[in-house]
Design a protein around this ligand. Structure first.
Ligand SMILES: C[S@@+](CC[C@H](N)C(=O)[O-])C[C@H]1O[C@@H](n2cnc3c(N)ncnc32)[C@H](O)[C@@H]1O
Length: 199
């Protein structure tokens, strides 16, 4: 069983909010109208739902199926397709998505996997496509040994370098907070990133 499926099943980890990620809500104005989105590691679907509410057709993927689509209105549901798959097994379409959403996922995959993932995302984005990415550099789940999922701490300089290989525009906003969703005590250093204008 994939460690994430196990963590959800054993209720070691859960997502308690349906609010979209700030990197999505703050940048929705940048996105092409009526576009196609890919939400990678969608969790409980909060960002997929938000994008569908903004006229997007959304493909959502996650290695764990939290069955979140049962709770959404049919008018939104028809704009969202969920596929239970790992990032590693996902079949990438070429030049297809107007926006790719990758929130709170890369801290759970290795640097090699991040490099491969970004390369695949670039392959899958249209020329005008936008990548919206957020991640924690430290803190949060990293401090909880009981949640037995792989954890990585990618320095922002590494992530920036990878992105700048492919994108002319990489905008990074640093956030720092105590998570409101889970009772973490350690401060979380997080980044919201907009990458666009493919090289
Ligand atoms: C912290 S949650 C974030 C969920 C959502 N993106 C959000 O911002 O609310 C991380 C999600 O990534 C998924 N995930 C982690 N590694 C994955 C992988 N290798 N392939 C597919 N999904 C993965 C997990 O199942 C989990 O739902």
């Amino acid at each position: 069983m994939h460690p994430w499926v196990k963590a959800y099943k054993e209720k070691k980890f859960s997502i308690h909010t349906l609010s979209p990620s700030i990197v999505i809500s703050n940048n929705i104005h940048l996105l092409k109208k009526n576009g196609v989105a890919l939400d990678i590691g969608c969790g409980n679907g909060r960002n997929s739902i938000f994008l569908a509410q903004h006229e997007y057709t959304v493909e959502s993927i996650d290695v764990a199926d939290l069955n979140w689509r049962k709770d959404i209105p049919p008018t939104l549901k028809e704009h969202i397709t969920f596929k239970k798959t790992s990032i590693e097994d996902f079949v990438w379409k070429e030049s297809y998505y107007d926006v790719v959403v990758l929130t709170r996922v890369i801290q759970y995959i290795s640097q090699k996997e991040v490099e491969k993932l970004i390369k695949n995302i670039v392959h899958s984005l249209t020329n005008e496509g936008v990548l919206l990415l957020s991640y924690n550099e430290s803190g949060g789940i990293h401090t909880i040994q009981d949640i037995a999922v792989p954890k990585f701490s990618h320095p922002i300089s590494t992530v920036q370098n990878i992105l700048e290989t492919y994108f002319n525009y990489v905008d990074i906003t640093k956030g720092s907070s105590i998570s409101k969703h889970v009772n973490y005590v350690k401060e979380i250093v997080s980044y919201d990133i907009v990458a666009k204008d493919l090289k």
